[in-house]
Design a protein around this ligand. Structure first.
Ligand code: NAP
Length: 300
């Protein structure tokens, strides 16, 4: 394969770990290439995208604030990007017949989240009622994957239910499209007072993220009511162990941080760009590097 030109667009892009992740993947697979950061404000999205495409890029990751706006710049959307209403990966496809370039939009956050789940958690989803804290962009990706996996029920707990109503209405459309039985429900975060009916809890809010590392998105004592087999997943990876995860571990509940979701969304994107599957030993090596990097410099 020729030199692989890759990158990420977003604004701002200060704390992205993606350059390190993709450098490790290229090295591990013996591929020559580069992964550059392109910090571009929203008003430059259309023109810069055209420039980057003409510079021979194979693909781009897309992050905040462009994940929704970039959709209308695509020639094709994957079914998952359509369902989630967001694109986080672009593949520039050169056409064999006329040399033109087609932009294909994917959403690898969904597969990234699903691949990050331990097998015992994934297999139990059709019998699991899950609690998701937050209803923003990452909650939508998580919801899409969970509906596709025919999770029994999802309750969203949010600080402002009126503002978050669209997550359950969009979820209903996804359910219908996928013919999935998942029940969806929305409650105010402050009314959550018992976790005994939940198999797992997923934090998709930024509460607990660096530098507010002492904060927790819900009262720690509530974790006492989570079943002993219950698990807690925090999408945050800075710090690797948030206050929420510390509290869950102290109560012997399985606790999972956001590093694997970050790694797998990147791997899914890389597999689309390179056409090469990433073997498990390389996944482990990448995890080791990113973990070391996060431990060495906990601040972005
Ligand atoms: P987002 O679209 O801004 O959504 C954030 C959600 O959290 C919203 O529902 C927001 O509610 C809620 N929220 C914010 N502050 C809150 C508070 N103090 N109390 C209660 N709820 C609060 O952000 P996002 O893109 O989903 O990202 C959320 C987190 O996930 C970030 O920490 C991000 O780093 C992490 N993340 C990790 C990965 C990964 O690969 N591991 C991927 C994506 C995101 P309002 O609407 O009321 O503001």
């Amino acid at each position: 394969m020729s030199f692989l030109k890759l990158g990420i667009i977003g604004y701002p892009l200060t704390h992205s770990l993606s350059p390190l992740l993709h450098a490790e993947l290229m090295r591990g697979l013996g591929l020559a290439g580069e992964y550059a950061k392109y910090e571009l404000p929203p008003e430059q999205l259309v023109t810069r995208l055209r420039e980057l495409e003409q510079q021979g890029l194979r693909g781009l990751n897309v992050t905040i604030p462009h994940k929704v706006a970039v959709m209308q710049e695509m020639d094709w959307l994957s079914p998952q990007a359509e369902l989630a209403g967001a694109v986080n990966t672009i593949v520039f496809e050169t056409q064999a017949d006329n040399g033109g370039i087609k932009r294909r939009g994917h959403n690898t956050d969904i597969a990234g989240f699903m691949r990050s789940l331990p097998p015992q958690v994934r297999e139990a989803l059709p019998h699991s009622h899950l609690l998701i804290l937050g209803a923003g962009g990452s909650a939508r990706a998580v919801m899409t994957g969970l509906i596709e996996a025919r999770t029994q029920a999802i309750t969203f707990a949010v600080r402002n239910p009126a503002k978050a109503l669209s997550i359950t209405s969009d979820g209903q459309l996804i359910k219908t499209t996928l013919n999935s039985p998942t029940r969806l429900n929305l409650v105010a975060l402050e009314t959550v007072d018992d976790l005994s009916g939940f198999a797992g809890l997923i934090n998709t809010t930024p509460v607990g993220m660096y530098p507010q590392i002492e904060t927790c998105p819900l009262r720690p004592a509530l974790l006492d009511s989570l079943p002993e087999s219950g698990w807690v997943y925090d999408l945050i990876y800075r710090p690797l162990e948030t206050q929420l995860l510390q509290q869950a571990s102290q109560r012997n509940r399985l606790s999972l941080n956001g590093l694997d979701m970050l790694i797998y969304q990147g791997i899914c994107a890389f597999e689309l760009w390179s056409g090469r599957p990433v073997p498990d030993p390389l996944v482990n090596a990448v995890r080791h590097s990113l973990q070391q990097q996060l431990e060495a410099s906990p601040s972005p």
